[in-house]
Ligand binder design. Structure first.
Ligand code: NAD
Length: 255
């Protein structure tokens, strides 16, 4: 897809990967709507990055439908929707019912609800592009958070489902990074005493992810793994799950 003149929506645009991506889409010539639940941070980010802010809570079906309707009616038909907003909650055995509920709604169901509002219109128009930020945890695991792991797996599965069922008309990409230097990462890292990034693969910057997304959308690539090692890990997992589970347990807990 060509960004020049395209109407692009990015959720979670007040911060981190969403903000960097909204900026990259503006730089690539798109008309960008950035959305977030955090009004003050979104408005400040919009001024800095040159996108139109629309406040929305994507943790509900109605929030997604209203966001899509508002942009479609006031800005124009949406060419690309980047479902990026996410939360990292529920460490270890301490995950509460609220952690599970919010994780499902924001990390997984927001993708389902947004796509449900968009796909019929895209089929009618004959084109559209859906991107979501899942995580390497959606292919592998985030051992310290079950809600994060399960909701990110659901995001990857939804992207695959969308690509198989609507890929004749709708471009689909799913982004699966390991850790990226953002407030979400910082919050998680603080909660686990600085041990969030247990791998040697490094913490990337949000701009690295944004650049990878722009390239993948231009080329129509489905799976985006900004940390090169992730595909190798997934291959290892699929080849031998007994080995992979033992290796994960050893690397995280040393037992
Ligand atoms: N940072 C990482 O290491 C990392 C790694 C892999 C995947 N991800 C994923 O990248 C995405 C972006 O996260 P980030 O790291 O840039 O974090 P971030 O905290 O910088 O940004 C997330 C944004 O989502 C917004 N948000 C949360 N709940 C919302 C809701 N209900 N409605 C609307 N907006 C909401 C927040 O206000 C925030 O601005 C998330 O889906 C995250 O899971 C992050």
């Amino acid at each position: 897809m060509d960004f020049e003149g395209a109407v692009c929506v990015v959720t979670g645009a007040a911060s981190g990967i969403g903000l960097a991506s909204a900026k990259a889409f503006v730089d690539a010539g798109a008309t960008v709507v950035g959305s977030d639940i955090a009004r003050e941070r979104l408005e400040a980010a919009a001024g800095e990055a040159g996108f139109t802010p629309v406040i929305a809570d994507v943790g509900s079906e109605d929030g997604n439908r209203r966001l899509v309707d508002e942009v479609w009616d006031s800005v124009g038909p949406i060419d690309l929707f980047y479902a990026n907003a996410g939360v990292a909650l529920g460490l270890g055995d301490e995950a509460t019912a609220a952690d599970w509920d919010i994780s499902w709604r924001v990390n997984a169901m927001s993708r389902v609800w947004a796509a449900a509002a968009l796909v019929p219109r895209w089929r009618e128009r004959g084109s559209g592009y859906f991107v979501s930020t899942a995580s390497a945890a959606g292919l592998l695991m985030e051992p310290r958070s079950a809600p994060y792991t399960l909701s990110k797996h659901a995001d990857v599965a939804h992207a695959e489902w969308l690509a198989v069922n609507h890929g004749d008309v709708v471009g689909v990409s799913v982004v699966c990074p390991e850790w990226v230097q953002t407030p979400l990462f910082q919050g998680f890292d603080d909660a686990v005493d600085g041990t969030a990034d247990l791998s040697d693969d490094g913490v990337l910057q949000p701009e690295d992810i944004a650049a990878a997304v722009v390239t993948a959308v231009r080329e129509g690539t489905f799976l985006i793994t900004p940390h090169d090692q992730v595909r190798g890990y997934e291959t290892g997992k699929v080849k031998d799950r007994e080995w992979w589970i033992a290796a994960m347990r050893r690397s995280v807990y040393g037992r």
